[in-house]
Design a protein around this ligand. Structure first.
Ligand code: NAD
Ligand code: MG
Length: 401
């Protein structure tokens, strides 16, 4: 069996750790070539030691020094690469066949895009890359013979429910034949039933306490506001060539049905499983084969019921903002994502209130609307618009503190 050589971008994060867990179960199939992290350098060193990584990428020279300081004497050290350009080069490295894109935010876009341009199998967790640069990204996958496997649990579920076409990882331009709608499920997060008045005083710890999934802090806040589901609607648009009107969000508090595909004949296919990201990660790594993920048996008899309800757009204004951005075009999606990254970081550090997140995003989209020209044609166009929106969003946050 061919051993695939894997690069894990963002290996110290929630998805990165789960990825290394699945890989470690299959030493006959996968070896880790490269790892990257931004802050938890000690953890990165432990990971590199455990999986015998050949290359590690850190953001700057102080981080590199920290890595050297904690590396045990007498053990052969991995090659240490520094900076964002090294990240993209490593993702495109000829030694690598599979790239797990698990950096959070637009910061992960250049390396994820580089992997697609280099024709790798890209396991895409970093949804912000598709939100900011969906057109460019899908084009890069098609033009360079890359494979794109969605790792976001909803998109992985939809991918699994699509017709069995071996080429479906190669970014077809048209929606799959016979598909009427995509039904994206959402847990509703920690504030699904809280009184709307109480949201005013929500703390970062409360927003990060997700009822069903354990995730990084940024995506946990996004899940609470449901901006995460909005990003996922945009992600689904690009992955599966579906228009906004044919992507429906359903609140499903049990988080057991991970999403569904509705066909023209009325059939609805669903993928179910425990809320554990190792399932979609193992699917992406093994595709088209199924491999063990470490996820235990799912006791259907213990499952009491499956509820589905429509989301309340007043409770979750971020969801409506995301649909609006998708309908308005790619530059609006860049602004939406950038404003959200700024607003969530401000909320997590105590700069703005939870209820100000949608206000900052909405105001930023309004201010940026006059710059919504043609769709971006290059990574530079995307990053320029992203930087502009970030500056506007930061200013809007400052006005509120
Ligand atoms: P996390 O915060 O736990 O980890 C993020 C990783 O990215 C860390 O390794 C960190 O060091 C690295 N990183 C952060 N900023 C960086 C920067 N500027 N440059 C380079 N590296 C940087 O996040 P996570 O929960 O693992 O999520 C990662 C991505 O996967 C996000 O895009 C998220 O939306 C997506 N996702 C996560 C889950 C989940 O269950 N955690 C589910 C679906 C999708
Ligand atoms: Mg998801």
């Amino acid at each position: 069996m061919k051993v695939e050589s894997v690069c894990v971008l963002g290996s110290t994060g929630s998805i990165g750790v789960s990825t290394l867990d699945v890989i470690a179960r299959h030493p006959d199939r996968f070896r880790v070539h490269a790892l990257s992290a931004y802050s938890q350098i000690e953890q990165l060193a432990k990971q590199a030691l455990a999986c015998n990584a050949q290359v590690v990428v850190v953001p700057d020279t102080p981080a590199a020094q920290r890595f050297r300081n904690v590396w045990p004497a007498g053990r052969p050290a991995p090659e240490l690469r520094i900076g964002a350009a090294a990240l993209a080069e490593t993702a495109a490295d000829s030694e690598v066949s599979v790239v797990m894109a698990a950096i959070v935010g637009t910061a992960g876009l250049p390396a994820a895009l580089a992997a697609a341009q280099a024709g790798k199998r890209v396991l895409l967790a970093n949804k912000e890359a598709l939100v900011a640069a969906g057109g460019l990204f899908m084009q890069a996958v098609r033009d360079n013979g890359a494979e794109l496997l969605p790792i976001d649990s909803e998109h992985n579920a939809i991918f699994q429910c699509l017709p069995e076409d071996e080429d479906r990882a190669r970014a077809p331009r048209l929606p799959a034949r016979g598909v009427r709608r995509l039904l994206l499920t959402a847990s509703g997060g920690p504030f699904r039933t809280a009184s709307i008045e109480s949201l005013h005083d929500v703390t970062p710890a409360q927003a990060c306490a997700h009822p069903n999934w354990s995730m990084g802090r940024k995506i946990s806040v996004d899940s609470a506001t449901m901006l995460n589901k909005g990003l996922e609607v945009i992600e689904a648009h690009w992955l599966f060539s579906m228009e906004a009107d044919n992507i429906q969000v359903l609140i499903h508090p049990q988080s057991l049905v991970h999403s569904m595909v509705e066909y023209e004949d009325g059939s609805i296919l669903a993928q179910l499983g425990q809320p554990d990201m190792r399932t979609p990660i193992a699917y992406g790594l093994g595709f088209p084969e199924r491999i063990a993920s470490g996820v235990g048996l799912f006791e259907l008899t213990r499952m009491q019921k499956l509820d589905f309800e429509s989301p309340d757009f007043n409770r979750f204004p971020c969801l409506g903002l995301a649909y609006d951005a998708l309908r308005a075009g790619q530059t609006s999606c860049i602004s939406l994502n950038a404003a959200n990254e700024v607003a969530v970081a401000q909320f997590l550090s105590g700069g703005i209130r939870y209820t100000e997140i949608p206000q900052v995003i909405g105001d930023c989209l309004d201010r940026m609307a006059s710059f919504n020209g043609a769709a971006p044609r290059s990574l530079e166009d995307v990053l320029e618009h992203d930087n502009h929106a970030r500056a506007v969003a930061s200013e809007l946050c400052m006005l509120r503190t």
